[in-house]
Write a protein that binds this ligand. Structure first.
Ligand code: NDP
Length: 296
C-alpha cells in the first residue's frame, strides 16, 4: 500500500472538540446552549441507531438534544405540526428529520416545512438553491465532511479535476457544488456515464457515492489521486457481515496518493458535521460569530 489513509475517525474527533470548545464559549459568554431536535418517525432499526448516536454526541459536545419519536402511522398534518412547533421554539437551533420517512409521508413536503435557518441537514430547497448559487447556506453533512477532509489534506483544491460518481441530492450533487465552490473542475458521473473507468482515471480527486460494494478497482484510479469513499455497503464475508465502501480498498490504496477507509473515513465525519452545523445555526440565529473552519 502506498496511499496515505485519511483517518476520518480522528478528524471527526478534532471537529467535535472544536465544536465543544465553541459551545463552551457560547455558554460562558452569552448564556446560549445550542439545541438540536431530531425527529424520528417509526421504528426502523438502522434509523434508531443513527438517532441514538446523534443524541449521544450532541450531549457530549455540551449541546441540548431533543428527541421526538413519533408513531409510524402519524399523519402528515400531525408531523407538520411538530415541525412548526420546533421552528418556533427558541431553544431549538437545528432540526433534523431522520430519513427515510414511511411511504405515506411526502419527504420533500416535510423537509421543506423546516425553517431553512434550522435545516442542519441542508436538504431544504432554499439551502439547495443557496449552495447552488454560491451563497451562505446550511450545507449537507456528508459532503461537508468530505470537503473538510480534502481541504485538510490538500489545502488549496483549485484547478484539480474532481470526479464525483453518484448524483443523489444528499451526496453527489451537493458534493459537486462544494468542489466547484473550491474552484475544482468538476465532473459528475452516474449510471449512464460512458466509459466510467476512463472518467475515474482522469480524476485528481475521486469521490465515490454510489452504494455498490467495491465497484471501483485500483486500475480505475489515477496514480497519486485522492479517493474519498462515501459508500457504506454490508457484505457477507466468511460467514460474517462486513462494511465495505464503493472502492476496492486494497487495490485502490496501492495506486492512490490518499484514501478514506470504510469504516472510519467519511462515516464519522457526517455526525461531526451535523454538530458543526448546529453550532453554526445557533450563532447565525443569535447574530454571534460563527466558528471558523466548520462550514463551507
Ligand atoms: P443513491 O442510491 O441515492 O445514489 C446513487 C448514485 O450512484 C446514483 O446517482 C446512481 O446513478 C449512481 N450509480 C448507481 N450505480 C452506478 C454505476 N454502476 N455506475 C455509476 N453510477 C452508478 O445513493 P446515496 O447518494 O444516497 O448514497 C451513496 C452511498 O453513500 C451509499 O452507499 C450510502 O449508504 C452512502 N452514504 C454514506 C453516508 C455516510 O455518512 N458515510 C451518508 C449518505 C450516504 P443514477 O442517478 O444514474 O441512478
Amino acid at each position: 500500500m502506498s496511499a496515505a489513509v485519511i483517518d476520518g475517525k480522528e478528524f471527526a474527533a478534532r471537529v467535535r472538540a472544536r465544536v465543544a470548545a465553541h459551545v463552551a464559549r457560547l455558554k460562558a459568554d452569552h448564556d446560549l446552549t445550542p439545541g438540536l431536535a431530531v425527529v424520528l418517525v417509526g421504528e426502523d432499526p438502522a434509523s434508531q441507531v443513527y438517532v441514538r448516536s446523534k443524541g449521544k454526541q450532541t450531549v457530549e459536545v455540551g449541546m441540548n438534544s431533543y428527541e421526538h419519536k413519533l408513531a409510524d402511522d402519524i399523519s402528515e398534518a400531525e408531523l407538520l405540526g411538530v415541525i412548526d412547533r420546533l421552528n418556533h421554539d427558541p431553544q431549538v437551533h437545528g432540526i433534523l428529520v431522520q430519513l427515510p420517512l414511511p411511504a405515506h409521508l411526502d419527504s420533500d413536503l416535510v423537509i421543506n416545512a423546516i425553517d431553512p435557518a434550522k435545516d442542519v441537514d441542508g436538504f431544504h430547497i432554499s439551502n439547495v438553491g443557496l449552495l447552488g448559487t454560491g451563497q451562505k447556506s446550511m450545507v449537507p453533512c456528508t459532503p461537508l465532511g468530505c470537503l473538510m477532509m480534502l481541504r485538510e489534506h490538500h489545502g488549496d483544491l483549485s484547478g484539480m479535476h474532481a470526479v464525483v460518481v453518484g448524483r443523489s441530492n444528499i451526496v453527489g450533487k451537493p458534493m459537486a457544488q462544494l468542489l466547484l465552490g473550491d474552484s475544482c473542475t468538476v465532473t459528475i458521473a452516474h449510471s449512464r456515464t460512458k466509459d466510467l473507468p476512463a472518467m475515474c482515471r482522469s480524476a485528481d480527486i475521486l469521490v465515490a457515492a454510489v452504494g455498490r460494494a467495491e465497484m471501483i478497482p485500483g486500475d480505475w484510479i489515477k496514480p497519486g489521486a485522492t479517493v474519498i469513499d462515501v459508500g457504506i455497503n454490508r457484505v457477507e464475508r466468511e460467514g460474517r457481515t462486513k462494511l465495505v465502501g464503493d472502492v476496492h480498498f486494497d487495490s485502490a490504496a496501492a495506486v492512490a496518493g490518499a484514501i478514506t477507509p470504510v469504516p472510519g473515513g467519511v462515516g464519522p465525519m457526517t455526525i461531526a458535521c451535523l454538530l458543526a452545523n448546529t453550532v453554526t445555526a445557533a450563532c447565525r440565529a443569535t447574530g454571534l460569530a460563527e466558528p471558523e473552519g466548520l462550514t463551507a
